[in-house]
Design a protein around this ligand. Structure first.
Ligand code: 2AM
Length: 473
């Protein structure tokens, strides 16, 4: 009876593909879905002849598993996960492991780990990235939760994860940390993904509006950039998107897609958490803001005929300005990742996680949406100095920024002069200029705070806390 290596609940596309991925690596998987017709569909369809055990109740699923039982839940994040845990618990034995592979908010994973451990069970909150295709062929997997459960799942998760490295044998799956660390790292991945996408969109927009290039021409530029240090999955799909025609009109398909973006909220979570921890991540936040502004399409259309624009005055030739956009994209991307890793560092302290930053870069090296060559450089930087105060201080990145900054400033200045909004590029530059400044205008800020609220200030010439009676003559 108890023959399956692992059970999986929730046979939507991600869950089903993970099941097939595990099976293809030699594991027997027991499956269950609330709507049980889906179980039969899988067993008789894509799973026909495979080592799957179809079950029609949670009790039957639990009974089909080897001990200690491993049950992965791939259901809608939120109350559904808690409901399912409550329904499963009566059938479990001490030491059994529940795994949440959905897009859960990390505080929920912290809470669930504690609650299940208190009852003698184990819990893993696992970030899985890579979409449907990744789930089937090799996702990036970010596991956190009950530390003792990791060795039990390590062989399975590392077998199904994406592989990188010269011999394609380094799995994009390694232990992240206790309780909510896995889902936290997944959240940061998504925040970085927001930043990357917005930066690419701004590069595209400058080419489109300032250089007046067509979509296919811009696609060719991305094809070139793909061969260099910007090599990444997102640059690759951008290249392909820009070359694609709409079958109905024959026009480039991007030109007929409405510029109103949606969001599911993971970028917002990252931004809110950064605010909670007091860590500046302006580039990712601007990416969230840009989506919200894009969504105000009707207001923007109305305002576009009423609000004055600057006189367009752009006359830099393409051969000079394309490298400027490239370098602006590269430098801004470095800032965005630097901000993301600063947030990870603060989270490690705030939530008591022992995070390995180089390892995290490697988790994202393959399988997921932000996969990129560039993450290899981040890994090397943290390997060389695990205590790096900020990624931009790693000699490799400092050097890149030094070589890019003239072009970066040119791109930001020209866009700004001509009224082209590039919030991620310019916020990244502002971050850089603030971070590298020994002095900022916060002396005046402190004086203002002391003036109206007696908040006190420190002095540059002696230690202590001071207050001025501002209204006294
Ligand atoms: P369903 O097919 O019965 O709707 C993604 O929505 C997956 O999560 C689906 O497999 C869905 O099952 C499952 N799901 C959503 N809410 C659930 C719940 N409250 N309990 C169990 N499974 C749920």
């Amino acid at each position: 009876m108890a023959q399956a290596d692992i059970g999986l609940i929730g046979l939507a596309v991600m869950g089903e593909n993970l099941v097939l991925n595990m099976e293809s690596r030699g594991y027997t998987v027991a499956v269950f879905n609330r709507t049980t017709a889906k179980v039969d569909e899988l067993i008789q369809g894509r799973g026909k002849g495979k080592k799957l055990v179809g079950t029609h109740s949670l009790k039957e699923l639990v009974g089909a598993l080897k001990s200690p039982r491993k049950i992965m839940m791939m259901v809608k994040a939120g109350p559904a996960v808690d409901d399912l845990i409550d329904q499963l618990v009566p059938f479990l034995d001490k030491g059994d492991i529940l795994i949440d592979g959905g897009n859960s908010f990390f505080p929920d994973s912290i809470r669930r780990t504690k609650a299940l451990e208190a009852k003698g069970f184990r819990f893993l909150g696992v970030g899985v990235s890579g979409g449907e295709e990744g789930a089937l062929k090799g996702p990036s997997i970010m596991p956190g939760g009950s530390t003792s459960a990791w060795p039990e799942l390590k062989p399975i998760f590392q077998a199904i994860a994406a592989k990188v490295g010269p011999n394609n044998d380094i799995p994009c799956c390694e232990w992240v940390g206790s309780d909510g660390a896995g889902h936290y790292v997944k959240m940061i991945h998504n925040g970085i993904e927001y930043g990357d996408m917005q930066l690419i969109c701004e590069a595209y927009f400058m080419m489109k509006v300032l250089l007046k290039m067509s979509a296919p021409e811009i696609g060719e530029v991305f094809a070139e950039w793909y061969k260099g240090p910007l090599n990444s999955y997102l640059i690759e799909i951008t290249r392909d998107i820009l070359g694609k025609k709409d079958p109905e009109t024959g026009k480039p398909i991007v030109d007929i897609i409405l510029d109103r973006a949606g969001q599911k909220g993971t970028g917002k979570w990252t931004s809110q958490n950064a605010m909670d921890l007091g860590v500046p991540i302006p580039t990712m936040m601007e990416a969230v803001v840009a989506r919200s502004l894009s969504a105000m399409k009707d207001e923007r259309v109305a305002a576009s005929t009423r609000l004055p624009a600057p006189e367009m005055n752009f006359n830099i030739d393409k051969a000079k300005f394309l490298p400027a956009i490239h370098d602006a994209l590269y430098a801004s991307k470095i800032m965005s990742y630097a901000q993301g890793f600063q947030l990870l560092r603060a989270a490690a302290t705030a939530y008591n996680w022992d995070l390995n930053y180089g390892q995290i870069a490697l988790l994202w090296r393959g399988g997921c949406i932000i996969r990129a060559q560039f993450l290899e450089d981040i890994k090397k930087a943290y390997d060389a100095d695990p205590k790096l105060a900020n990624l931009i201080l790693a000699p490799y990145f400092t050097d890149v920024i030094g070589k890019s900054q003239a072009n970066w400033r040119l791109a930001v200045a020209e866009a700004s002069k001509n009224g082209i909004a590039i919030p991620a590029f310019s916020s990244a530059l502002s971050y850089y200029d603030q971070y590298r400044s020994a002095s900022l205008p916060a002396n005046l800020l402190q004086a203002q705070r002391d003036y109206f609220g007696a908040h006190t200030y420190e002095r540059v010439d002696k230690p202590g806390v001071f207050h001025t009676e501002w209204l006294q003559a």
